[in-house]
Design a protein around this ligand. Structure first.
Ligand SMILES: [Zn+2]
Ligand SMILES: [Zn+2]
Length: 226
């Protein structure tokens, strides 16, 4: 199946709805550097029946589409290609990520629609895209011009460092997630040395472990993926 060609307004909506942050590494990303990635890879559409199976096993509902704001995220070109076409299993973190994308999809769609309706905005954005494509302006030039548009990270000072979860032992692992226990309580924590920023507790800064929306390190309840 042909790959979706993103309209400038779609890309802008996705970028804006995620506060100008790369979905995969959590670092700020300037609009001209932004590529749009599919959380569920586009290649899924090539295999008959697979999309329906994913809709079912991931609990996404029959209306979920691969090429929709529910599945589009902004990211760096590097972060996009390092992930490749990998389809992650329906692990809790993956489902949480899709849920987070879903919760931003309305706002992304709204921004895209407004950009399309606002002729002036659409025209400038369109010019920008074709100038980039024709190499009239380089991405580097645009980034230096628009540098101040970079947004702040959602979690200030977040570092890609995995704190050791002292006192917790791993019960089982797989899919980048470990089930851990301290003998009394059990939770889940990421095993990746560079966990996705959404794993970080906004209250105490650790990577959980998490029991639902409760951080077991500090006991605070939060929306960890907001
Ligand atoms: Zn990135
Ligand atoms: Zn915490």
């Amino acid at each position: 199946m042909a790959k979706h060609k993103f309209m400038a307004a779609e890309k802008f909506g996705v970028w804006h709805a995620f506060d100008g942050q790369c979905f995969w590494c959590g670092k700020p990303i300037a609009y001209p550097q932004t590529t749009v990635d599919h959380v569920i890879p586009e290649s899924v559409e090539d295999k008959p029946g697979l999309l329906d199976e994913i809709r079912r096993t991931y609990g996404l509902g029959p209306e979920f589409e691969i090429n929709s704001f529910r599945n589009w995220v902004p990211c760096h070109g590097n972060c996009n290609s390092s992930k490749g076409k990998r389809l992650y299993g329906p692990s809790p973190a993956m489902l949480a990520l899709l849920d987070m994308v879903g919760r931003r999809s309305d706002s992304a769609a709204k921004i895209a629609r407004r950009t399309t309706e606002d002729r002036e905005k659409g025209r400038i954005l369109g010019k920008l895209e074709s100038a980039l494509e024709a190499n009239v302006i380089t991405r580097e030039e645009l980034v230096s011009l628009l540098g101040d548009l970079d947004h702040q990270p959602l979690v200030p000072g977040a570092q890609p460092v995995l704190e050791l979860l002292r006192g917790w032992t791993v019960v089982r692992g797989g899919n980048g997630i470990a089930t851990v226990t301290d003998g009394r309580r059990a939770g889940i924590a990421p095993t990746d040395p560079n966990p996705h920023h959404s794993w970080r507790c906004p209250t105490c800064g650790t990577y959980g472990p998490w029991n639902g929306v409760v951080c077991l390190s500090c006991g605070q309840m939060s929306e960890p993926w907001d």
